[in-house]
Design a protein around this ligand. Structure first.
Ligand code: ATP
Length: 515
């Protein structure tokens, strides 16, 4: 589930404040506004926001002065400056001294949403500590614990300890949901650069032409729309840490450019000829099998060898099932507190069922199963009845994720094969594309029987779109960023589709839609 992001918007133009209040609504965002720097600083002190958006020119102070004051209070909160054409040079200068990004006025909604989302994600990752088990007991602390005492996880902790304070590139490998991001955050936090920036970039979530500019920046006029110079993440992260997630999804051109930075710590901004030096420490992660990608030519072997200076491999959960009880305890404790439900233990039968499952989605899947169980629980003990069908009844497991399992001839239920609305844990049962096409055809045929219906294409497509979006939201526990990445559509498009298809994620991350 997305955590609520607190935005502080400081601008003397009421219209700008209105734009934010309309565009960023609860439960995803809480917007606080201030009309001058003094008010903004007071709001910042009283109610530490996750992201600040601030005008470059305010009645009582310049943007650069205000930026310096905010950074003294908390250097880890991303500050985005908003500027008109006349003051863009100041905004670019501000990025050199620590602003996260700048936005040109008049604000463009897509750009604005993208920058706010990325700043919120950076803020979350930078400010949520990731504890190693030896450091803190997980009871009562704020942040994420890395849980597990298996031999494989002990090796991971040793690796984090060994590499954190050495200034080397780290490559983190592991299936989706095994904890790559949380390990990257731990390395950063235990490194000598912990007081500097941590900038995450999800290489799979950004289209190639934008990724290049995101990482390396661009010069004015480098391409259509590049009406101002931009500083990229490699430059911004100098002295800090750059976390390149999903690096296995980068195109060959991007791989070549990254190779050059990793080799020479130098690069050129897009459209520029000046070499820019960077001292960013690189942490890269991927869930791709890079050896296979090298073999099929989709990943450069020279880049792999450069990144592979120090590799941490995270085991899938099914290979360290001895950690399961500890993980279940941790998530039970965490969610029973968060959701204020007194579920604190589990029955041997529930553990047996959790143990028998293969966990294709790894810890992320376990986390969402336990959260849902806590929500559904009607007593103090987690019993099998609170577990989703995918775990209780093996025939409900995803065929593509557990190839060894025979596909049932006919699932013992009359529900829709796409699962029912409002049930996040409902993974799709094995279903073939032909069966699905037949179901959609039957739906179209049904609509055709109504002579006055001349909107059949849109209605059938809407059913398919709703199914894809709802299933993905359930699988990611309502996380819009992750869902847009998995669906391959922008977050803005996802939000627009959710609105038009009436798909809602409530505050407990339960997905519902009206037909
Ligand atoms: N060992 C662990 N102990 C406790 N929680 C964990 C552990 N590993 C992962 N998690 C939690 O599981 C969730 C998924 O982890 P994370 O996002 O780090 O996975 P990932 O490998 O980066 O996934 P992806 O490849 O899909 O981006 C997070 O909420 C994280 O806090």
């Amino acid at each position: 589930m997305d955590i609520t992001t607190k935005l502080l918007v400081i601008d003397d133009e009421p219209l700008i404040l209105d734009v934010f209040e309309c565009a960023f609504s609860q439960p995803e965002y809480i917007v606080q506004t201030a009309q001058n720097a003094a008010e903004g600083l007071a709001a910042f002190r009283d109610n530490r926001p996750d992201v600040v958006l601030m005008d470059v020119q305010m009645p009582d102070c310049t943007g650069l002065e205000a930026l310096a004051q905010l950074q003294r209070l908390d250097p880890k909160i991303p500050i985005v400056l908003m500027t008109g054409h006349g003051t863009a040079a100041t905004a670019i200068e501000a990025m050199r001294i620590g602003a996260f990004e700048y936005l040109l006025k008049p604000l463009q909604m897509e750009n604005l949403t993208q920058v706010v989302t990325s700043a919120a994600e950076t803020s979350r990752m930078t400010r949520t500590p990731a504890f190693l088990p030896s450091e803190t007991p997980h009871q009562g602390n704020h942040g994420d614990c890395i849980v597990g005492s298996s031999r494989a996880m002990q090796e991971v902790y040793r690796a984090i300890g060994r590499v954190a304070s050495r200034n080397v590139t780290v490559l983190i490998l592991g299936e989706s949901g095994t904890g790559k991001e949380v390990v990257a955050r731990a390395i950063y936090q235990y490194s000598d650069r912990a007081a500097q920036r941590f900038l995450p970039v999800n290489c799979a979530a950004i289209p190639e032409h934008l990724l290049e500019s995101e990482l390396f920046g661009h010069e004015k006029g480098a391409f259509t729309g590049a009406d101002r110079k931009r500083i990229g993440k490699f430059e911004l992260a100098s002295e800090g840490t750059l976390f390149l997630d999903e690096i296995g999804d980068m195109t060959p051109l991007m791989q070549t450019k990254i190779l050059r930075v990793v080799q020479d710590q130098q690069f050129e901004r897009v459209g520029g000829s000046e070499s820019v030096q960077t001292d960013a420490r690189l942490i890269a992660a991927t869930n791709r099998d890079l050896a296979k990608a090298i073999a099929d030519g989709s990943f450069r072997s020279d880049l792999f060898y450069r990144l592979n200076v120090y590799t941490i491999e995270l085991p899938p959960l099914r290979e360290r099932m001895e950690d399961l009880p500890e993980l279940v305890d941790y998530f039970l404790y965490r969610y029973s507190h968060e959701l204020k439900k007194p579920l604190t233990s589990y029955s041997p039968e529930a553990l047996e069922q959790l143990n028998a499952y293969q966990w294709p989605g790894n810890i992320r899947e376990l986390q969402s199963v336990i959260k849902r169980a806590v929500l559904e629980a009607t007593g103090p003990v987690l019993v099998p009845a609170f577990l989703p069908d995918s775990i209780r009844r093996p025939q409900f497991r995803l065929a593509s994720l557990s190839p060894a399992e025979p596909t049932p001839a006919s699932p013992p239920t009359t529900e829709s094969p796409l699962g029912r609305a409002g049930d996040n844990s409902k993974l799709a049962r094995p279903i073939t594309a032909t069966a699905l096409a037949e179901a959609l055809e039957a739906l179209a045929a049904q609509q055709l029987s109504n002579d006055s219906n001349n909107n059949i294409f849109e209605e059938v497509v809407a059913v398919a779109e709703r199914a894809a979006i709802a299933a993905t939201l359930r699988c990611t526990n309502g996380n819009l960023t992750e869902s847009s990445r998995r669906l391959g559509i922008s977050r803005t498009t996802l939000r627009a589709k959710m609105l038009s298809l009436q798909i809602h994620v409530d505050q407990n991350a339960v997905v519902n839609y009206s037909e």
